[in-house]
Design a protein around this ligand. Sequence first.
Ligand SMILES: Cc1cc2nc3c(=O)[nH]c(=O)nc-3n(C[C@H](O)[C@H](O)[C@H](O)COP(=O)(O)OP(=O)(O)OC[C@H]3O[C@@H](n4cnc5c(N)ncnc54)[C@H](O)[C@@H]3O)c2cc1C
Length: 545
Amino acid sequence: MSFPATATRGASSSWWWSNVQRTDDVAQNHRRHRKRHLYRNEARRRRRPPATRNVASSSSRGAEEGRSSDAEEDDAFSVCVLGCGPAGLTTALAIQKLVVPTKETRVVLFDKNPNAMDGNLGGGFNINGGAAVLEKLGVYDEVFSENANKLRGVLSRRCDKDRTRLFDVDVEEEVRSDFLLNAKELLVNKKSGEVMAGTVMRADLNKGLREVLNEETCEVELGCEIVSVNAESGEIELRRKDGTAETRRFDLIVGADGIDSLARKCVVKSNRSSSSSSSSKNNNNDYNNSNESDRSGRSGSTSSLEEPIYSGIKILFGVTGVDDKPEDLIRDVSEQTTAHQWFGDGAYSLVFTGGGENKKRHNLAFCSNEPLGSANSNPSWRANSLVTKEYAHNKMMKANMPADVLRICLRCERFFEIGVFFHEPLDTWSSPSGKVVLVGDAAHAMPPFLGQGANQAMQDAYVLAKCLSTFGPDIKDPNTRNEALQSYSNTRRPPTEAIMNASRFVGALETGKGPVSLFRDVAFFVAGTFGITGKIFLSGAMPRL
Ligand SMILES: Cc1cc2nc3c(=O)[nH]c(=O)nc-3n(C[C@H](O)[C@H](O)[C@H](O)COP(=O)(O)OP(=O)(O)OC[C@H]3O[C@@H](n4cnc5c(N)ncnc54)[C@H](O)[C@@H]3O)c2cc1C
């Protein structure tokens, strides 16, 4: 795989480009900008008539109908982001950094999970291209460096008694010696000179991103579920845990609501309605959780476009507690910057250490080729109470995993059982109205075998904001916005589709049974010997902005 090495820059975008590059000045500018906003917003609030939202408790909605809503009464560019995962939070940040200087912009983020930034949320992941995005947005140090554990290598072995080495990728060396993909330019931090590759705990990344959002122009509400999205009007309906409900209207709705995305269903449906509008009488572009039965459309059925598909692979994911005493080390310090893979028949496991200097946690992913059973994609990363330590240990023992893996399994304090799902690619990621657009897993949930889902999500966010900013103040005009959204979708669909396909292939190969597992071992050994595995890692990690 090869990819465009540098970001494209339109003539009109040169001013913001230089803005993004000034990482040293960003914190200072941010403070100055915040102050200016505070005064401007205050003056505006005084001039504006009160209560422009269409706010209604669930019991009094009817009485509130007819009241005008945000986007109608305010000339600010209003953006709603559904979901506070890596995609949603990076989108809000990128919009603030790139689009705000062009125009007054307000961003509101909602997440149905009240614990979306809680320390117990999920496990860790491997971040590289996403770190390059954070560098471009001027928040690399506070969001990435402070939370990440360096990833210097990936060592893969067989689960046989000789622990046969299949390949050994030196990540630093791979990046620094690359002359084909421009890795030295894109994956080496300009200020510190370090290679931007590390493992971060999910909650830490989310929290870090939230902390750098400018609160003057951004609202974050957790524990608030979006239950319907209207692609024509730009309205969303939300429900809170306390039973209150509200309808709000925005210029743009960004669907960053993950693999089971409501916004994705809305985009698929509105594109289908639009393409068949001459023959169809149903032009209602409202999508809510209850019209799941509407499945007709492109190629006879859109269900495969709307719904994620099971890959045939399950992951049992475990996270240990923190090593607080030197004598209590769960993984040797010398191993903590290397991810270890162990390959067996129809299964493999991956062990890595995530988190910053004082709060390292070890992560274990056991991937096996098996029926889904009662598992699902576990989009909320809820720890599975049915998966006990004994269950996990037995399962890994049966698959012949080595003592290194079993020892870590016994130190895990929480487990997640995850069915690996993926999406069929869409032709476009936005609604014809230019009101709804998708980022991250909502646009392209992919199997995690190249460790790229969150990295790609963060790159989507950056490119989306960049495309929106290119059109300056005209972005409030739906036709102009449509152009920006198409440009975003055209830039990001090809690389994410390529990684999706590669990731599906790698997952099937890595968990192959019988002769497939033998073929895998030979192929990995040969690829490792000739340095091909390093290039595969690098091509996945390279940012495509
Ligand atoms: C086992 C495993 C390992 C992985 N490892 C890596 C890795 O090493 N590197 C990597 O880059 N990627 C990895 N990934 C992929 C990565 O986890 C996802 O790609 C990433 O989380 C996608 O981010 P997102 O923001 O699009 O979605 P999510 O992180 O799923 O966030 C979506 C958010 O939207 C919220 N939401 C959903 N519906 C609604 C609604 N109706 N109303 C309000 N809120 C809503 C959810 O609560 C959630 O917080 C891995 C995935 C798995 C399963």
